[in-house]
Design a protein around this ligand. Structure first.
Ligand code: CP
Length: 351
């Protein structure tokens, strides 16, 4: 195996179906790379684990018991793209289940500064730690690292904390966990109409959540975006093949009263090549105290955050605003994922 960018490109050029074969061992998920690696059955197992973890954190003996579960494991957090929530919620989740952690957030303070390749750096992490949680701006790069470790190094699980514009699978987990908890008494995630609003072309959270959600029956999706930032063609084709009913529009007002869940996103202008975000009137894709009045009383508002102006802070007090709860749920579902990956979730029964 040659450690070269060419090899990475060749690897990533293979279909997802082929690549996904590398991410399971003995029928269990080892590496978390793509949101659609999770079946509905596995999602429900994780939701149940997360609920139990959440409950246990309310009691001192529950907190102590959780800490005993993975005290023998260590996690490396390698984040070369900025993050607040994903980094901190993974860190908190690790602490919750007793794991020690190491981190590199600024490669200029690691030996990458001296010219060491990222591939070699990740091999070093795999020598010292039992799991690597990483975010990188290059699409597919953490997939490639998982493949390299499996074939050439000390193989440890890798969790994708966000890879370029393509995937953010654990964000999708916390999004669906929040939807699941919000609609527990009303058919759960199924039989709902979901609107995704904003920069849908470049938002990896949207892509991952849409792909995960599309496994559920009887759902409809509205994609509300400026025409230049509508969902990617390949995603639309996947939804079409799965029989998901979709509607594309640039008129937010046209969907507000119809949907059960509205998922807001910011403009992803860090990916601009030629200032393509500059001429967008984003106020047309924003929630205010006025236009949320049109939404159903039973609906919910999500946002992966960070936000800019697409949700007025005055909306935060609305009982349908779930985005602060959503980010807190990120800790519990990520703790659940760690317990699942290290195959110790069954030990919760001992509590
Ligand atoms: N939602 C999310 O990924 O937030 P951060 O970029 O702060 O991690």
């Amino acid at each position: 195996m040659e450690y070269s960018l060419k090899s990475f490109e060749e690897y990533f050029a293979q279909s997802e179906v082929i690549r996904m074969n590398h991410y399971h061992v003995d029928g269990r998920l080892k590496h978390v790379m793509l949101s659609h690696q999770f079946s509905i059955q596995l999602l429900e197992e994780l939701f149940d684990i997360a609920d139990r973890v959440k409950e246990m954190t309310r009691k001192t003996n529950g907190i102590e018991f959780l800490k005993s579960l993975l005290g023998h494991k260590k996690a490396m957090l390698y984040f070369t793209q900025p993050s607040t929530r994903t980094f901190l919620s993974f860190l908190t989740a690790c602490q919750m289940v007793g794991m020690d952690t190491g981190e590199v957030r600024d490669p200029s303070l690691s030996s990458e500064y001296k010219g060491e390749s990222q591939e070699d750096g990740v091999r070093v992490f795999s020598s010292y730690f039992d799991i690597i949680i990483m975010r990188d701006p290059k699409p597919g790069f953490c997939e490639y690292m998982a493949y390299l470790l499996d074939n050439t190094g000390r193989s440890v699980p890798i969790l994708n904390g966000g890879s370029g514009k393509d995937q953010h699978p654990t964000q999708a987990l916390l999004d669906l966990y929040t939807i699941h908890r919000s609609f527990q008494q009303k058919d759960g995630i199924r039989k709902k109409r979901y609107a995704f609003v904003g920069d849908l072309l470049r938002g990896r959270a949207v892509r991952s959540s849409v792909m995960l959600l599309s496994q559920y029956k009887d759902i409809e999706m509205d994609f509300v975006a400026p025409s230049s930032f509508q969902i990617a063609e390949d995603l639309e084709k996947i939804l079409h093949n799965q029989g998901v009913k979709i509607n594309k529009t640039d008129k937010l007002e046209s969907v507000l009263s119809k949907v059960d869940c509205i998922y807001m996103t910011r403009i992803q202008d860090e990916y601009d090549l030629t200032g393509e975000s500059n001429n967008i009137d984003y106020s047309q894709f924003s929630l205010t105290t006025e236009n949320v009045k049109k939404m159903k009383p039973s609906s919910i508002i999500l946002h992966p955050l960070p936000r800019r102006n697409e949700i007025s802070p005055n909306v935060d007090a609305d009982p349908r605003a779930m985005y602060w709860r959503q980010l807190r749920n990120g800790v519990y579902i990520r703790a659940a994922l760690l317990l699942y990956v290290f195959n110790v979730a069954h030990r919760l029964d001992e509590y």
